[in-house]
Structures are given as structure tokens and as C-alpha cells.
Design a protein around this ligand. Structure first.
Ligand code: TXA
Ligand code: MG
Length: 311
């Protein structure tokens, strides 16, 4: 395990790939100027190379080096949400290689709100490309332990910064013709964006775009089969082989493997959801049933993830 920020910076300096926490989920990071390390990220994740990586910057100067221009609406988004879990697509500059964008002219950039992560980028003086630190289509890790479980290939190159804050990946947007398009739902809800920038239209984008792998058909999946239910799981007797994750406390009588969801505090509940599913994934159950979240605010992001995780 990586013990200190200095050690982490050194490893990245040497071109190694490391798993480290952001405020959303753990990322699998490498310097954007090291093609071999970028390639290693794809290998470790077993991710198709046409699925681009998010570039993480620590300051304005680094952003400007990565992109061609910043529009007024993008400026508004930056001042409202950075540092934080909002990723914005810009036209890339020549600093950004095709291997990072999967050949696209667009680069996804965000400034993470995680002190250690930002300090590491500041010290390195080079932005970091980082997808979530899970194998392709699996559950995104919100703790160092989850990284170890879902991405054993990373070995000891994990910086343990405890549990991540949001527990859901960043929201990805692109501004086209003065409209904000949400390409991936995430830790910042559509309502929050609307509230901060009420004059600008917001659209949901075509969610079948395979270039945003968060949008591919199957994703975020635990190893145990997972099913969504709306009101009650299809379980009629006490059953020790199933798990139930539900807002209704009376479902507790159906299994010893029960986790209660607090729907009065959606953001907090969402932040530990991947972790809870991971814990249930350790139990060797036949099936996990999980209740759909109310569709408001962050609940919309969670449902988007759960539908893909059930496939
Ligand atoms: O919160 C997060 O966003 C985390 C942390 C580590 O920052 N990162 C993350 O990365 O979730 P990843 O690779 O698991 O998901 C990034 C998504 C992918 O669906 C990818 O296709 C999309 O962003 N993306 C990245 N660059 C893009 C680009 N140039 N054009 C379109 N989509 C892009
Ligand atoms: Mg991911």
C-alpha cells in the first residue's frame, strides 16, 4: 500500500499507475503525458481502448493547457461546481493524446474536490487521466478494500484515503449551442445544475452512446445477481440465501441479510450504496434484491446505475 503523498507522487512520476481516492469514487490514475501508463490503465481495467478517460486537473492553468477554449456557459459551470464532481467536455488541445480521448476531438476534464488528490496533481505538475478503479463493467470502488477486490491487478499501488464522499461518479456534461447536455448522470443532480444556472436549458443526452461507457448496457455490476423492485421483493418466506436492500423495515423478516435504505436522506444513502452492494457481494448469496430509489435529485442517478447493474 502507498503510505504517503510523497510516495504516491514518486510512483506517478516514474510512470506507474496508482489507485487513489477522489471525492466520487477511487480512480486509476496515470500522467497524461505517459502513453505507456495510459495503455496500462486500459489493460488493468480490460477496457476497450475507444472508451475515453477523464483528465483531472488541479488548477486553471492545467485546464487551459488541455482545451482549446472555454465558453461563457462552461465558465459558469466551472465557477459553480469546481472543484467538484462535474466533468465537462471541451475541444481538446494538442497536449491531449488520442489514446486518452479514444480518438475523439473532445476531452473530458474535471477538477476533483479531494485535497490529497489535488495535492498530488499540484506536486506532479501534470494532470492525471483516471477512470474509476474497477474492472470493466464492474462496481465502482468507494474504498481501498473494494479496489483490491475488484481490481487485484493493481497490487500494492493503492493509496488508502478512506471511503469516498459521494460514492457515485461525477456528472458528465457537454455544452452545445447554449444548452447543457447531461451525458452521464452523476453526483451532481440535474436539479442542482438547474438551480445554479437557471437561464440555461438542460437536456438529457442519448444514453445509448457507447463512447460514454457509463452508458453501456451493462455496468456497475456486482458478481451476485441483482434485481430491482419497486415496492416489495418477490420473496414470500424467510430465505437465508437472498439479500434485501430496502427502505421498508418489515422486509427484514424475509432474510437475515437485510440493509435498510433511508430515503429521507437520499444523498447520504446514495453515498454508501456501492459499498453496501459490495458487502452483500461478499456473502455468497444467490440473489440480491434492491429497491428503486425515489426518482428525485440524486435518486435519478442511483436508479440509472442500478438498472445497469442488474443486467
Ligand atoms: O467521478 C468520476 O468521474 C470518476 C473519478 C475517478 O474521477 N471517474 C470515472 O471515470 O467515472 P470512468 O472512466 O469510469 O467514466 C468516465 C466516463 C466514461 O463513460 C467515458 O466514456 C466518458 O466519461 N468520457 C471520458 N472522456 C470522454 C470524451 N472525450 N468524450 C465522451 N465521453 C468521455
Ligand atoms: Mg467507471
Amino acid at each position: 500500500m502507498i503510505e504517503t503523498i510523497a510516495q504516491c507522487v514518486q510512483l506517478l512520476q516514474n510512470g506507474e499507475v496508482v489507485a487513489l481516492p477522489t471525492e466520487t469514487v477511487y480512480g486509476l490514475a496515470a500522467r497524461i503525458d505517459q502513453p505507456k501508463s495510459i495503455q496500462r490503465i486500459f489493460e488493468l481495467k480490460q477496457r476497450p481502448t475507444n472508451h475515453p478517460l477523464i483528465v483531472h486537473v488541479a488548477n486553471r492553468e492545467q485546464l487551459e493547457a488541455c482545451v482549446q477554449r472555454i465558453s461563457p456557459i462552461e465558465e459558469l459551470l466551472i465557477s459553480a461546481f469546481w472543484p467538484g464532481p462535474l466533468t465537462i467536455l471541451f475541444q481538446k488541445s494538442s497536449t491531449i493524446s488520442d489514446s486518452i480521448t479514444g480518438g475523439s476531438e473532445w476531452v473530458a476534464v474535471r477538477m476533483p474536490a479531494h485535497d490529497d488528490f489535488r495535492e498530488i496533481i499540484e506536486k506532479l505538475k501534470i494532470p492525471l487521466a483516471a477512470p474509476s478503479a474497477n474492472a470493466y463493467q464492474q462496481l465502482s470502488p468507494t474504498s481501498a478494500e473494494m479496489v483490491k477486490f475488484y481490481l487485484p491487478g493493481i497490487g500494492e499501488n493503492i493509496f488508502d484515503g478512506g471511503k469516498t464522499n459521494y460514492g457515485l461518479e461525477s456528472t458528465i456534461v457537454r455544452v452545445i449551442d447554449d444548452t447543457i447536455h447531461i451525458l452521464r448522470k452523476g453526483a451532481i443532480s440535474k436539479e442542482e445544475i438547474q438551480q445554479c444556472i437557471p437561464i440555461v436549458a438542460i437536456k438529457k443526452s442519448d444514453s445509448s452512446s457507447a463512447k460514454v461507457p457509463g452508458n453501456v448496457y451493462k455496468h456497475y455490476s456486482p458478481r451476485t445477481p441483482l434485481s430491482l423492485f419497486e415496492f416489495s421483493p418477490p420473496v414470500f418466506h424467510h430465505d437465508t440465501t437472498i439479500g434485501i436492500i430496502s427502505s421498508q423495515i418489515d422486509h427484514q423478516s424475509l432474510t437475515p441479510h437485510f440493509h435498510w435504505l433511508d430515503f429521507d436522506h437520499l444523498t447520504l444513502t446514495a453515498s454508501t450504496l456501492f459499498e453496501t452492494i459490495y458487502q452483500f457481494d461478499q456473502k455468497g448469496l444467490k440473489q440480491i434484491y434492491i429497491q428503486k430509489f425515489p426518482a428525485r435529485g440524486i435518486g435519478a442517478t442511483v436508479n440509472d446505475r442500478l438498472i445497469k447493474a442488474c443486467r
